[in-house]
Design a protein around this ligand. Sequence first.
Ligand code: PLP
Length: 466
Amino acid sequence: MPMSAFADWAENLREAVGELARYRQESCTGAPPVVRQIPMAGIIESLGLRKHLQEGGLTDGTLHRFLRDYLDLTVRLHHPGSMAHQVAAPHPAAALAMLVEGATNNPMAIYEMGPAAAAIEAFLLDWLRAKAGWPGGAGGVFTHGGSLANLTAIVAARSRFDKGLWAQGCRGDLALIASADCHYSIARTAGILGIGEEGVFAVPTDGSGRMQPEKIDETIQRALSAGRRPFALVANACSTATGIYDPLPEIAAVCRRHGLWLHVDGAHGAAALLSPRHRRRLEGIEQADSLVWDAHKLLCTPGLCTALLVRDAAALDHAFHEDASYLFHEKAQPGFDFIHRTVECTKASLGFRLFVVLAALGESGIAAYIDGRLELTRQAYLLLSRVPGWECPVEPQSNILCFRMPGTDEDQLQIRDRLLADGDFHLSTAVLGGRRYLRMVLTSEATTLEDLHRLVSRIQQMTKHL
Ligand SMILES: Cc1ncc(COP(=O)(O)O)c(C=O)c1O
């Protein structure tokens, strides 16, 4: 790119940052729609994508205009009506970190390619390890997302179980024991690793999504009867649909008895470890073998940013094998290559994103944020479960709440679509026990109890016209 393409880079950045600050502030007021569902072809057309590629020159002043149009078409996660998905409303410090990342482009999985970012990642992993109550000797890596981290953890578990499988491949006789309500990335992991989806044996959950530990033994027996070798168990902390935590101490005891690797998928809920008030939800985590912890869900960090912690660092260090003469050779270096612990080769400075958020808020600040969103979710539960005819099937333990208003499954979907079309509220849905529920995930700091009252009134008005 000729340097002339950005005549005044600093000025462009100032303008862009100003635009983003306006965007964030405007979103927090709730004035613009939280989301606009415009057909894709319309967006391609209105942003002039074809023209820009043909003609080039999207720089300086024109880029600023394009950015404004683009922002107008985004989902506004800082909006008070943003309640749909498990995605953080990012802290501005993290956005700045991503700007630095974009400008420096230091893929840090090889120490010499990003020493500052690698040092921050190592420091932060150790800090998170201590928050989980694990002793030194544990190790970890940041990955691009919880799905990839789950896969990586199961690779480590499989390697420890049978070192030969890396070279020989699976024979279709492994079994993964997992909560019936585990995230779909676990079944994908089984498919990718050659365990096969049929190699995932589900431990039944109660109506709330909580694993029933007394059913683990019979699940293991089912796997053994099918001629499979169980090697790991996946527990949720917390579950995706309802935000409910599995009982880790009881689960850990069964895993110990059977010699199973205990993997805790804390992609959504491990954040509670940073709250003195809520960390009890993860009681028993100190007995787990691995833990996945997303920062882009409840830690105000933009995606993707996931910490994978493994109690015995050696298991992760021996999980992958690789050969690349241009990267791996004897060298004296004052740091550590994370590349041996991850699927990825080129890897962004993920720890840096999270570090700046934590350093901006401080430990008490992030705890206050988590406590605030969980408290609001509890208040939402009290409010919604008292509305005549409405039901909240599960008392929340995180910032996720499922609810249902009178009517059919189709009615729940229709209400969501109408709210979306109006642009005031963005909700998701989930199926529990064969019935569809509306679902909210409260992450925006702009959302208040008043907004939840407004949501109830709006839905009640809408149901009159269903
Ligand atoms: C429990 C759980 N695990 C894993 C994931 C996947 O994480 P990611 O979206 O970061 O890949 C999710 C996402 O919702 C989740 O809720």
